[in-house]
Design a protein around this ligand. Structure first.
Ligand SMILES: O=C(O)CCC(=O)C(=O)O
Ligand SMILES: [Fe+2]
Length: 259
């Protein structure tokens, strides 16, 4: 399958240098790129059916975590921003369950797509995960399920909306909330978010939308899904170095197994 049969390359000329540098600038300025109708509608429908077919193999879990996704720090009280718990609940199928001939795999492996990502993200190369679970994931969120406020560990994330819910399930974020590399926690700002005192940006993504997001310093969440239609979203994960596996503890947490 050719990338042109998967991606709306007329609107999103991935190999075009001007387009690449425009995306690069947008990402650096705003921390996010949103490409509506990135996937062709018939491809979205194909992936949606793959998702329906494999849903019985999803690992559903509910976790409580702090926004920093770290173990709690006993130097702070339990109700301090450092340790305050939020809830995340969702289901997920892993790379090994995604069909071998899925357009998701063609896109993930595509050199055109990886070159585009490298240009936009200032990376030299991008590599798949060394473990068999982590590279391509499909997330399911049923009514009432949500992702609590958090900062990502990874410096960027690529998501593709496959099926939007009837209501709720919006991706909400506030950029520039900390500088992780400087060890900044910004308790004051984060507390305002948790208390609902800062109004976040909201992304309404419809099916077929690609989002490229720098979530390490931008706090974000997925609001609770409402209605009977499952929110289905693909996450494409890459590494800047070859041979890297997701940590065993993260695999157990997210997938319920190691391989
Ligand atoms: O579901 C989404 O739109 C975002 C997912 C996310 O933030 C994550 O997996 O860390
Ligand atoms: Fe995230």
């Amino acid at each position: 399958m050719d990338i042109k049969t998967i991606v709306n390359t007329e609107n999103y000329p991935l190999s075009d240098q001007e387009f690449q540098s425009a995306c690069h600038q947008t990402l650096n300025r705003t921390g996010v790129i949103v490409m509506r109708h990135f996937l062709k509608p018939e491809i979205v429908e194909l992936i949606r059916r793959e998702g329906e077919d494999k849903k019985h193999r999803a690992y559903f879990c509910r976790q409580e975590h702090n926004v920093y996704l770290t173990p709690s720090d006993e130097d702070y009280p339990a109700d301090h921003t450092r340790n305050r718990l939020v809830v995340s609940s969702k289901g997920c199928i892993t790379d090994d369950v995604i069909p071998a001939n899925s357009p998701l795999r063609t896109l993930y492996d595509s050199e055109v797509f990886r070159d585009f990502l490298c240009r936009v993200l200032d990376e030299t190369s991008l590599y798949e995960y060394a473990d068999p679970l982590s590279s391509i994931n499909l997330h399911y969120a049923e009514t009432g399920q949500e992702l609590g406020w958090h900062f990502d560990n990874s410096s960027f994330a690529i998501t593709l909306m496959i099926q939007e819910p009837e209501e709720g399930g919006a991706f909400e974020y506030v950029g520039g909330m900390r500088d992780a590399d400087k060890g900044e926690m910004n308790f004051e700002g984060v507390e305002k978010i948790l208390n609902g005192d800062i109004r976040p940006e909201k992304l309404k993504m419809d099916a077929g939308t690609l989002v490229l997001f720098r979530g390490r310093n931008a706090i974000h969440r997925v609001a609770p899904v409402e209605g009977s239609r499952t929110r289905m979203l693909t996450v494409l994960a890459y590494n800047s170095e070859p041979g890297i596996a997701l940590s065993e503890s993260a695999r157990m947490t997210f997938f319920g197994r190691l391989e």
